[in-house]
Write a protein that binds this ligand. Structure first.
Ligand SMILES: [Cu+2]
Length: 124
């Protein structure tokens, strides 16, 4: 037996199946907007540390640029260049470390406490 509600929905051509598709499309649009907002909020020349991850993982800057790393995790991390060009102290929550890249090169770095955490700065 049909309810008044479902009859009304059927009358407007608004079938439950269509509602699901509309909800999915809306979800994708909102998701894309949120993702875009996150990217737009990313500060220039700043690498954030969140959930054991450097973001962006790879950053390209011009020679002379100062790059800042900020730890947003609630455990300490460090920033250590593979070729010992730079090494931070342990960064507590919201601590930052900055390094100025004077000349061109590729700098692979990792966290000294969690070596599986890696990132790269490309200086041009
Ligand atoms: Cu770490």
């Amino acid at each position: 037996m049909q309810t008044l509600m479902s009859r009304r929905l059927a009358a407007t051509g608004f079938a439950p199946g269509r509602a699901a598709v509309v909800a999915m499309v809306l979800g994708l649009v909102v998701g894309a907007m949120l993702a875009f907002g996150t990217v737009a909020a990313q500060e220039a020349n700043v690498v954030t540390i969140d959930n054991f991850t450097f973001t962006p993982k790879e950053l390209t800057v011009a020679a002379g640029t100062t790059v800042k790393w900020v730890n947003h995790d609630d455990i300490p991390h460090t920033v250590v260049d593979k070729n010992k060009a730079f090494r931070s102290k342990a960064l507590d929550t919201d601590d930052a470390y900055s390094f100025t890249f004077a000349s061109a090169g590729t700098f692979d770095y990792f966290c000294g406490l969690h070596p599986q955490m890696v990132g790269k700065i490309i200086v041009k």
